[in-house]
Design a binder for this molecule. Structure first.
Ligand SMILES: *Cc1c(COP(=O)(O)O)cnc(C)c1O
Length: 460
């Protein structure tokens, strides 16, 4: 194989090449996904390329369900659309029994367009415009109120429809482990949540049937969930006592961590990310303990709703990107320019993704910066990684990228590339075609007077 020629240079000796786990070995590579070779896919669909593993996606959601269903009798999973709402991905999860968890009108309509009935949609979010609130109430969606104005709006909708609408409220509170996301829902400590409950109890049009909260994302400490369950079950008992309502479900939101390396985290994800079983043990154990008295009191055990997003989809998708150029930075570090940047990998701001060459590489690994193709200084895919010399045309596999990248990607000076799925039987399907210029500029309209960039008479 042809060796890469590198201009001789001197570099200062740097720490970081070694750590307490031994020498860094960046030499392992990834050439296939579920047995399907990646290189021919790049030939066919171009680079960069997102590749989803249907098998991993199904495995993940089945493991999640099993971990909880073996520990609690009534469990439901709502697939968090905003984590990745490509229709093929959503429908894999719906086929596995997951409902849709949506947070906007756009997502509600997307779920309906995917074929999900309103009765299997959980509708969260701080802004639910009136027409969609009415449709959701009509279709029997599970609606979670975020603030009082929404409560009044839903009451009017119910009055107009002439039926009592079951409703849940979103709570926020301090678990002692996570930052309290106090901008969403009703605060518990201040009494706002209790007031909302009283207001619902006083309305002939609304009926409180559920409590919801979402304590954060990438929550590594399972004790945060135990605290959440204790707080929610206490509140459940209190509102049932005060208003006579019956709480049918507790929705604990999402937030389980995926096997990704949060920046600043010292230990590798395999050592610190809890398994689904560990989350389930903490959550269901506390729930079991806190609801012991319910059967004797003639009250139902609440259904446990999970809205797990990140931990289900993240490791089911990779991004393959190709080196378009390289340079030596003034401080001696090696840099590679890739055809994918933060336009496609929004999560690179917070995570040190795993990066592996597509094929084994020769040469001595040294500290390398991976830049994207954007004309933005912040377009850094990895600030520091040990890699051998990278020739133009060499491809890298970045993972896990399934969570939040296909929804938060941006169309800035580049077209978004294709997303393909390796199906369970090893076939490859395009699930989102690569964007063409017309897809982006097709929505633009140019006033008649501006249709000529250089009208006659303008000198060159
Ligand atoms: C984002 C979100 C989720 C999913 O969170 P993950 O961290 O991806 O599991 C669930 N519920 C609500 C209300 C959310 O906003």
């Amino acid at each position: 194989m042809k060796q890469t020629w590198v201009k001789p240079f001197l570099t200062a000796h740097r720490m970081g090449g070694m750590n307490k786990f031994g020498a860094v070995r960046a030499q392992n590579h990834q050439s296939d996904i579920d047995g399907v070779e990646i290189a021919p896919l790049l030939e066919k669909y171009g680079s960069p390329l997102f590749i989803v593993s249907e098998k991993t996606l199904r495995d993940n959601v089945r493991r999640l369900r099993r971990a909880f269903a073996t520990r609690w009798p009534k469990v439901r999973h709502g697939w968090s659309y905003k984590t990745n709402y490509l229709a093929a991905i959503c429908n894999v999860l719906h086929q596995e029994g997951s409902w849709a968890e949506v947070v906007s009108e756009f997502e509600y309509r997307k779920a309906r367009a995917n074929g999900v009935p309103g009765s299997r949609i959980i509708f969260n979010g701080p802004w639910k415009p009136n027409d969609i609130l009415e449709l959701a109430a009509q279709e029997g969606a599970t609606i979670h109120l975020d603030h009082l104005d929404e409560l009044y709006a839903l009451e009017q909708v119910a009055c107009k429809l002439g039926k009592q609408v079951p409703v849940g409220i979103r709570l926020n509170f301090d678990t002692g482990y996570t930052d309290s996301w106090s901008r969403f829902g009703f605060n518990l400590e201040s009494g706002a949540a209790k007031d909302a409950v009283q207001r619902i109890a006083a309305s002939p049009w609304l009926k409180l049937t559920g409590l919801h909260s979402h304590i954060g994302t990438f929550v590594l400490d399972v004790r945060a969930y135990s605290a959440q369950i204790r707080i929610m079950t206490d509140f459940m008992e209190q509102v049932e006592r005060d208003t006579g309502c019956v709480i049918e479900y507790l929705d604990i939101g999402g937030g389980f961590a995926s096997r990704n390396a949060l920046q600043g985290m010292y230990l590798p994800p395999d050592q610190i990310v809890p398994s689904f079983e560990q989350y389930a043990e903490a959550i269901c154990g506390t729930l079991m303990e806190a609801t012991k008295g319910r059967a004797a009191a003639g009250k139902p055990l609440p259904t446990l709703i999970l809205e797990t997003g990140r931990a289900v989809v993240d490791d089911a998708e990779i991004l393959v990107t190709t080196v378009v150029g390289g340079k030596r930075l003034p401080d001696g570090r090696r840099a590679a320019i890739l055809d994918a940047g933060i336009n496609l990998l929004f999560t690179a701001f917070w995570y040190n993704h795993e990066v592996k060459p597509l094929r084994p590489l020769n040469g001595i690994a040294e500290e390398t910066v991976l830049y994207g193709p954007l004309c933005m200084n912040i377009d850094v895919v990895r600030a520091s990684i040990m890699l051998p010399p990278l020739n133009v045309g060499e491809s890298l596999v970045i993972r896990p990228v399934g969570a939040y990248n296909n929804t938060q990607w941006m169309q800035f000076i580049q077209r978004r590339p294709a997303v393909v799925m390796v199906t369970q039987n090893g076939e490859v399907s395009v699930i989102r075609a690569s964007e063409q210029l017309e897809d982006v500029s097709g929505l633009e309209q140019v006033p008649l007077a501006l249709q000529q960039p250089f009208p006659q008479g303008i000198p060159a």
